[in-house]
Design a protein around this ligand. Structure first.
Ligand SMILES: Nc1nc2c(ncn2[C@@H]2O[C@H](COP(=O)(O)OP(=O)(O)OP(=O)(O)O)[C@@H](O)[C@H]2O)c(=O)[nH]1
Ligand SMILES: [Mg+2]
Length: 60
């Protein structure tokens, strides 16, 4: 089961820093606002047994 989600927030508040910590991506961060001018994409495994239960409700 896969879910897509994004991190949104005000400029220069640590979104990319958090994203880098959670994923295997090393996107550019800096102490200046608007450093990210495009979306960064990454994939993260979330081993949660609740997801297997939620998948049963997935509409195909
Ligand atoms: N003190 C502190 N600084 C942080 C924290 N997280 C990130 N920073 C710093 O905040 C600055 C901005 O971090 P980014 O991850 O580039 O922020 P961003 O929200 O992606 O910025 P934009 O892409 O410009 O919108 C960097 O200098 C980070 O080192 C935190 O938890 N505490
Ligand atoms: Mg950023």
């Amino acid at each position: 089961m896969s879910l897509q989600c994004g991190i949104i927030g005000l400029a220069n508040t640590g979104k990319t820093t958090l994203f880098n910590c959670m994923s295997n991506v090393k996107a550019e961060t800096s102490r200046f606002a608007f450093t990210s001018n495009k979306s960064n994409l990454g994939m993260i495994r979330v081993p949660d047994p609740c997801l297997a239960e939620l998948e049963k409700f997935q509409v195909t």
